[in-house]
Design a protein around this ligand. Structure first.
Ligand code: CMP
Length: 167
């Protein structure tokens, strides 16, 4: 047998599989994520169009309110970006008009919402995403969505009491 013939077959790449329940259906995680419809979108009356994207994708809006953020709220919410050069402008933008803060519920809601939003910079966003459809630029990018389930819980608690979330 040639050395070629003795070679071990290549190890197939490990692919995470959804864990099937007893009926063979995949068990998916029902999650909550936090969303903001930003001032550029409320100014152009796009709340309904953006909500339609969420709902058509199977995400349920289980809490929602239209608020005008205070400077302190915006600074604290985006505190992780405090040292970034765009921080001051970002805070000014977020308090420039009303926003709609929301809790979205659904299977893998955090990742699903990030897919629906598209890249932060609309110039890099995929066709059909909210930011490609509606965003004006990297700052006025129409929507915010949590980047992890852990941050979603923190962001939701920042704007909503548990009693306001009605699934
Ligand atoms: P968001 O997902 O809300 O999180 C941080 C926000 O900072 C981001 O969307 C943008 O609106 C805003 N931002 C402004 N300038 C930049 C930049 N150069 N890089 C990343 N985010 C930016």
């Amino acid at each position: 047998m040639t050395r070629q013939g003795l070679r071990k077959p290549p190890i197939p790449p490990i692919r995470p599989l959804p864990f099937p329940d007893i009926q063979g259906f995949a068990i998916m995680a029902i999650e909550h994520t936090f969303s903001i419809i930003k001032p550029d979108a409320t100014r152009r009356n796009l709340t309904g169009k953006i909500n339609a994207v969420f709902e058509e994708a199977g995400l349920r809006i289980v809490a929602q309110k239209r608020i005008h953020m205070s400077p302190a709220q915006a600074e604290s919410f985006y505190g992780v970006h405090r040292e970034r050069p765009f921080f001051k402008d970002l805070v000014s933008f977020m308090i420039s008009g009303p926003v709609v803060v929301q809790v979205l519920e659904g299977e893998n809601a955090v990742a699903r919402n990030r897919e629906l939003m598209g890249a932060t910079n609309p110039a890099n966003a995929a066709p059909g995403t909210i930011r490609k459809l509606f965003a004006e630029n990297i700052e006025a990018n129409s929507v915010h969505g949590s980047d992890s389930a852990e941050n979603a819980a923190i962001e939701i608690a920042y704007f909503f009491a548990g009693s306001e979330i009605v699934g």
